[in-house]
Design a protein around this ligand. Structure first.
Ligand code: IVH
Length: 683
């Protein structure tokens, strides 16, 4: 990226480069911290910062007192009120090699004047999220804030209450501050992006940006719908005697009061540090959240205090980052993949290459715009990057080494599976095969999804097996899975006699299918594969509709009223249940399986006046916000509707109610005020 080594730059060149880097870092900080929409990867950002720091070290005269190297994070956004941190929320220095770690430990030993090898460390995972501080007073959350510029953060007190893994109360008097990392699980991130795609909203680049964008919301209800989680790693009891002397004790205490902490380890020597680092690197891809390294902290809190800070970093801790996950390889071919809802994705087939322990032979090219923009061609030498655990992507193309006769890759016109003409929704980037119900690729993809873990979880029925069963005609729709055993003998060679199956596999499969004839309502909804409806949205629908019959009878109004569903999603869901093919499919499925209704009303009193009743609102409420009022009604078993019709049971009228109120009066619907909708637990 940089042509000359820092050592061979003259003063003028160094000044020019420093000015350039300062501007770049500022721009990327703004994009990352305030807009939650970074344009470069962490690896690329780290390279810029490393170069910047090196330049400042080599040319101390060029160092400004307020330079980018002492700034942490970014000024808090003016949209939020501000909270000044009692102690600054600083940042960690990075280590990329064992030498860096040796250096870090050596400095600590010299600073403390302790002989070699006598310091214990607590090693933790480095969560790739955003840090937050939560202050508890007498056991209750007093306030919460983001890191901001390290000194002042944004007030996110209401939002943090909607993140999971944060106890509502902790059994301790006085004031205590807990810091940790807010993150979004990878699955939740993928689902959120799918939903956003359907709602034609901008995609989040990675789970961390999605977490930041979800936490820094002026409307905490948005945060609520986002499935955020929290790992705690720091505690400050402001001098009150909690008897915590080490970082390990701090983590144990946090666990005891019901916070989540990462898997940590006491390291007594460098071998322990290496062991932990390698172990975490190995299990990285099995975690459902992103980590980008480990963190080493001097275990003794007394020593931590003595060590203090240098610049923006504490001397006692360091981030030991995983290696930049980049590799160079060649594109052998470009394949067109058809998703379960017909979305066409170009995939690069690569010459296999090792990337942090895994052999990579494919990378997503996202869409044809991306191919055009980067001018990616078959035969190109490329750099691939794996950020977090997401599928690798191509970051750059080495155009110099390109052979002259290589051809630009042209966008396909027809579906490679069924031959249907591909189309684009209005202004959208992605191409689609619209042959939703008879494209073999879409069918196989959908049936595989249906049988996968988050859905019916039919072990032994992966995409490969489904492709085989589909191409032989043994299953045509997902519902046919449940008649597979009955129809088995009809196929000449039964599965147990086919070399690809055999007695045991066939029996296991049939047993497994039998055991999956009972499914929870939310999983059932997830399994339908309604575009954009993953686990979270399915749970929302299950909570609101309770059973399959209600799904068939839902109106667009019912859907629009659900917080967390956009208008476009509501349309998508509504249309799914209007479509004859879908209705027939669901009915066929219901002949073979039983769906357990959602028991959200477990604790509800069936004699509640709102139970099972249709309720509409009109006018301005003064005691509750609309959102809170709706929540109360739902918690009491009511169903919200936005329009008023003969089916409406109650209208809750606030101030300045207009035509809706008149309509309700005309229809003779019972009209009540917001004072009649107190919470269950208030009554
Ligand atoms: S301790 C002085 N522990 O990494 C800062 N930080 O690059 C002490 N992070 O700002 C932070 N996992 O947002 C700590 N186990 C962990 C962490 C962790 C992730 C983040 C945190 C911090 C950033 C520094």
């Amino acid at each position: 990226m940089f042509e000359k080594e820092v050592g061979s730059l003259n003063f003028l060149e160094a000044r020019r480069e420093l000015e350039f880097l300062e501007k770049e870092l500022k721009k990327h900080d703004e994009l990352y911290y305030n807009k939650n929409m970074p344009e470069i990867s962490d690896v690329e950002y780290d390279k810029l910062r490393l170069r910047f720091n090196k330049l400042e070290q080599s040319f101390p005269d060029l160092k400004k007192s307020e330079s980018a190297s002492v700034r942490i994070g970014f000024s808090p956004s003016s949209q939020f009120s501000k909270i000044t941190h009692q102690n600054p929320m600083l940042s960690l220095d990075n280590a990329f090699s064992l030498d860096d770690i040796d250096n870090f430990i050596g400095k600590i030993e010299r600073f403390l004047n302790i002989s070699k090898g006598n310091i214990e460390f607590c090693a933790e995972q480095k969560i790739d999220g955003l840090s937050a501080s939560i202050v508890f007073v007498n056991g209750k959350i007093e306030c919460a804030s983001t890191r901001g510029d390290g000194y002042t953060g944004e007030n996110i007190t209401e939002n943090i209450k909607y993140a999971n893994d944060i106890p509502k109360t902790i059994p301790i008097d006085g004031k205590i501050e807990i810091r940790g990392e807010v993150y979004m699980p990878i699955k939740a991130f993928e689902e959120l992006n799918r939903t956003r795609e359907i709602n034609e909203e901008l995609q989040f680049a990675n789970p961390r940006n999605a977490a930041a964008g979800s936490l820094r919301q002026l409307d905490p209800n948005v945060t609520k719908s986002r499935n955020l989680r929290f790992f705690a790693y720091y505690i400050d009891s402001f001098g009150s005697d909690l008897k915590i002397k080490t970082q390990i004790e701090a983590l144990e205490y946090l666990k005891q009061v019901k916070f989540n902490v990462t898997e940590y380890m006491l390291c007594q020597n460098i071998d322990d540090i290496i062991y932990y680092y390698n172990y975490i690197h190995e299990i990285r891809s099995s975690l459902d959240y992103d980590i980008d390294g480990t963190v080493l902290k001097v275990n003794s809190l007394d020593l931590q205090k003595r060590l203090g800070f240098v610049g923006r970093n504490p001397r006692h801790s360091i981030a030991y980052k995983f290696p930049a996950e980049e590799a160079k390889t060649k594109i052998k071919n470009i394949l067109i993949s058809v998703g379960r809802s017909g979305k066409i994705t170009p995939i690069a087939v690569l010459e296999p290459v090792e990337l942090s322990g895994a052999i990579i032979s494919r990378a997503t090219l996202h869409n044809f715009e991306e191919i055009k923009r980067k001018d990616i061609r078959i035969g190109d030498k490329v750099t691939i990057l794996r950020s977090g655990d997401v599928i690798p992507k191509i970051t750059s193309v080495d155009k110099k080494s390109r052979v002259d006769d290589s051809n630009k890759f042209s966008e396909p016109e027809f579906c490679p599976s069924c031959g249907a003409k591909l189309t684009r929704h209005q202004d959208l980037i992605d191409l689609y095969c619209q042959n939703r119900y008879s494209c073999p690729a879409q069918a196989v993809r959908y049936i595989s999804y249906f049988a996968s873990k988050g859905c019916f979880d039919i072990v032994g029925l992966g995409e490969k097996q489904i492709r085989e069963l589909y191409s032989e005609g043994r299953i045509k729709t997902a519902a046919d899975i449940f008649t597979l055993e009955e129809t088995d003998s009809k196929w000449g060679v039964p599965l147990s006699k086919k070399p690809s199956w055999g007695d045991i596999s066939a029996k296991k499969l049939f047993d497994n299918i039998k055991s999956k004839r009972n499914i929870d309502f939310s999983k059932f909804i997830t399994s339908l594969g309604i575009p954009g409806v993953g686990e979270t949205v399915a749970q929302l629908l299950a909570d609101n509709f309770e059973n399959v019959e209600n799904l068939f009878n839902l109106s667009k109004d019912n859907l629009i009223e659900i917080d967390g569903l956009g208008n476009i999603m509501a349309n998508e869901i509504f249309e799914f249940f209007q479509n004859k093919i879908n209705i027939n499919f669901v009915n066929e499925l219901l002949r073979h399986i039983k769906v357990n209704p959602e028991i959200r009303h477990k604790n509800l009193n069936k004699s509640d006046i709102f139970f099972g009743k249709m309720i509409a609102f009109t006018g301005k409420l003064s005691r509750f916000s609309r959102t809170e009022a709706k929540q109360i009604i739902i918690a009491r078993g009511g169903i919200i509707s936005s329009a008023i019709s003969s089916k409406t049971d109650f209208v809750i009228a606030g101030e300045n109610a207009g035509s809706k109120l008149r309509k309700a009066q005309d229809l003779g619907i019972k009209i009540i005020t917001e004072n009649e909708i107190t919470r269950n637990d208030d009554r």
